[in-house]
Ligand binder design. Structure first.
Ligand code: AMP
Length: 216
């Protein structure tokens, strides 16, 4: 099963993707994570995209399609569980490219799950969030702080990080990009009969249960 998680920044795509990886052995392909890794390791591409990401704008289709193509084309060990596309596609050109990449591999896209959350909730979620750099667990200042300040509940690491673009200015720009360039994908996948909508404002467990029902 191959699925796309669609939704504005902070809608819960990463959190739901992690749950699907653990529960179903799926492989999460997050272009945001790949781009952040490229920045951290200081590659030429990573340096090129850094300012664009911090400003909350989209990097070029060519770069992200290349990243995804590499992953799909390589013989991924976790392949059997299928792919979760998280934060990709974000433009119609990316959506077309994904369709071609999957078809070339004889794979199908089974469902596109839109996590729908209103803007004010997104600001609150995104500006308060931080993540464990070791295991990826996601926390929030108000709704889900670590039990011991500065220590990850799951793995005990002290490497807790906030994203450079998780501030209100960048988020406003990311939302604008989402509505202008990514929201048209909702109609695109609806027309293909793939779209399922889940209310992302519900408690996390309910969202998880509805995502599970949506993808079967
Ligand atoms: P994310 O972690 O998905 O919120 O992505 C963080 C940032 O990486 C975005 O604000 C963009 O600058 C860039 N990015 C991630 N995925 C894409 C994509 N599919 N297309 C263009 N830019 C992307």
């Amino acid at each position: 099963m191959n699925i796309i998680l669609l939704g504005a920044p902070g809608a819960g795509k990463g959190t739901q993707a992690r749950i699907l990886v653990e529960g179903r052995g799926m492989v999460q392909l997050s272009t945001g994570d790949m781009l952040r890794a490229a920045r951290t390791s200081g590659t030429e591409m990573g340096q090129k995209v850094a300012a664009i990401m911090d400003a909350g704008q989209l990097v070029t289709d060519e770069i992200v399609i290349g990243l995804i193509a590499e992953q799909i084309d390589s013989d991924h060990p976790g392949h059997a569980g299928g792919f979760i596309f998280d934060g990709f596609p974000r433009t119609l050109a990316q959506a077309d490219a994904l369709g071609d990449l999957l078809a070339r591999k004889g794979l199908a896209l089974d469902a596109v799950v839109e996590l729908r959350v209103d803007d004010e909730a997104l600001v609150e979620r995104v500006t308060g969030r931080y993540t464990c750099g070791q295991c990826g667990e996601v926390y929030h200042d108000r709704t889900k702080p670590t039990k011991v300040t500065g220590t990850c509940d799951v793995c005990g690491s002290h490497d807790l990080k906030r994203r450079a673009d998780d501030n209100e200015d960048s988020l406003r720009q990311r939302l604008l990009e989402y509505y202008k360039k990514t929201a048209p994908l909702i109609g695109y996948y609806h027309a293909k009969g793939k779209l399922k909508v889940v209310d992302g404002l519900q408690p996390m467990e309910k969202v998880t249960a509805e995502v599970a029902r949506a993808i079967g």
